[in-house]
Design a protein around this ligand. Structure first.
Ligand code: UDX
Ligand code: ADP
Length: 460
């Protein structure tokens, strides 16, 4: 089927950038991104490009180039579904917070609602592409819903997992290591492959069966997260033995079988994917009674939680066993640099531990607002919204966040943090002034020469 009209349901971190790039590279295809969230769609349509709902380097330029030419943002979901030959599902699939599989399984209600919506509206044959990260065998459930509507419409379901990483989404989309398409119908697979072939070399477009495609996505994220937990486990050993984790990472990364990427020790990984996908993997393994497999992968999460807790405990212990009433300045709240996304950010959990100890936290993040920080903490339900509001606030400048603080905690590796006038910061802080570098981005000797007591991850 030659595709001229695409609909993408879900205008989020996955749907927005992916469709923007598809539209840019396929000017002959009309791409409509729909969402139930009117505010989000209005933001995507904003004439002021700094108001787009998602911050990704390079995204605003592509939106500027394509929007209202062949890229459209709308809340008219039904008409967009009706008009499209191919429909991408890019809605959120959070971890369940209720019922069976609570805290483990993916909540598929949004995906199911989309499938039902498509089934209701479609009048002619459609290719439905799962783009959201989903547990293996979800395509089967989608197909079952689509095929049991009583209409004569024929649906082909493809799995086309997204491997983009936030902060580098546009580069990842423009030059993907691979594009993976899983499906049963060779014709449907080729329709999608043709769209990517506009800019992706043919040998990077992989075709697999639908289950392999779904499981590859979970496995890729699990392997990446496992590397971080592995190096973080070593970081704790380094702190006891005077080895230096960055030196160890460099030494092992030069082994071409291991490779240098994803070996940066940190306060713990965050983001919407790693934890959710591993929990999913663990849940699926348990549901097939594969206890050893489930326990193996669960350790990646356990170690990550341990790393966050350990970082917070270290702050408390170092500050003479109490942070009560002390100001701690956080640099960074996003789960990594170059994104405004805070989902599962280590900063949220470290802040929560410190607030339990009655610390006062001031946060500076170049892209995250006060309201977002409050919402992230309120979501944990550890204390009332009023209490959170009293104990933690966002500062407009780094100096405001760090003035009169007892300690700085670096939570995100934003480049600008390394360029600050640290002498000036030192002068404005309470003494002794402590730095807890959760990203190992500052130079220990330089900081100690200024007068700071500097602690980083995996270095004594
Ligand atoms: C990840 C996958 O990389 C991507 O392929 C998938 O599509 C979605 O999930 P993302 O969550 O956007 O992407 O970010 P990623 O760069 O993978 O980082 C995840 C977390 O790990 C961040 O908190 C990051 O700071 C942390 N990290 C990453 C480390 O602590 N050390 C590293 O060496 C690399
Ligand atoms: P992701 O990181 O997977 O892209 P986001 O939360 O950023 O997740 O985006 C998912 C988007 O999907 C949200 O904007 C949400 O409003 C939208 N969404 C969820 N369910 C539906 C639905 N049934 N129809 C349309 N949009 C939906």
């Amino acid at each position: 089927m030659k595709i001229t009209n695409i609909c993408c349901i879900g205008a989020g971190y996955v749907g927005g950038p992916t469709m923007a790039v598809i539209a840019k590279k396929n000017p002959h295809i009309k791409v409509t991104i729909v969402d139930i969230n009117q505010t989000r769609i209005d933001a995507w349509n904003s004439t002021d490009l700094s108001k787009l709902p998602i911050y990704e380097p390079g995204l605003a330029d592509i939106v500027k180039e394509t929007r209202n030419k062949n890229l459209f943002f709308s809340t008219a979901i039904d008409s967009a579904i009706d008009g499209a030959e191919m429909i991408f599902i890019s809605v959120n699939t959070p971890t369940k917070t209720y019922g069976k599989g609570k805290g483990m399984a993916a909540d598929l209600k949004y995906v199911e609602l989309c499938a039902r919506n498509i089934a209701e509206v479609a009048k002619n044959d459609k290719i439905v592409v799962e783009k959201s990260t989903l547990p293996v065998r979800t395509a089967e459930a989608i197909k079952s819903i689509l095929d049991n509507t009583g209409s004569n419409v024929k649906f082909n379901v493809l799995s086309n997992p997204e491997f983009l990483a936030e902060g580098t989404a546009i580069q990842d989309l423009l030059k993907p290591d691979r594009v993976l398409i899983g499906g049963e119908s060779a014709k449907a697979i080729e329709s999608l492959a043709q769209i990517y072939a506009s800019w992706v070399p043919e040998n990077r477009i992989l075709r697999t069966n639908v289950w392999s495609s779904e499981l590859s996505k979970l496995t890729a994220n699990a392997f990446l997260a496992q590397r971080i937990s592995s190096i973080n486990a070593i970081s704790e050993l380094c702190e006891k033995t005077e080895a230096n984790v960055d030196e160890v990472a460099k030494a092992i990364g030069m082994d071409s079988r291991i490779g240098p990427k994803f070996l940066k020790s940190s306060v713990g990984f965050g983001g919407s994917c790693f934890q959710k996908d591993i929990l999913n993997l663990v849940y699926i393994a348990r549901s097939y009674n594969l206890q050893a497999v489930a326990d193996y992968w669960e350790q990646v999460i356990i170690l990550n939680n341990h790393q966050k807790q350990r970082f917070a405990n270290n702050i408390i212990n170092t500050l003479y066993n109490t942070v009560s009433g002390k100001k701690i300045g956080f640099l960074g709240w996003a789960f990594k640099k170059n994104t405004n996304d805070t989902r599962e950010s280590a900063a949220i959990y470290v802040a929560d531990y410190l607030l339990n100890e009655q610390a006062c936290i001031a946060v500076y993040d170049p892209k995250v607002s006060h309201d977002k920080i409050q919402a992230d903490l309120n979501y944990l339900n550890t204390r009332s919204a009023d209490e959170n509001n009293n104990l933690i606030h966002a500062s407009k400048t780094p100096l405001d966040a760090l003035k009169d603080a007892h300690a700085v905690a670096i939570m995100t590796e934003w480049d600008e943090f390394t360029t600050y006038d640290w002498k000036k910061i030192y002068q404005s802080m309470k003494k002794p002034a402590f730095i807890f570098d959760g990203r190992n981005i500052l130079n220990k000797t330089e900081m100690e020469n200024i007068g700071f007591t500097y602690t980083s991850i995996g270095q004594k």
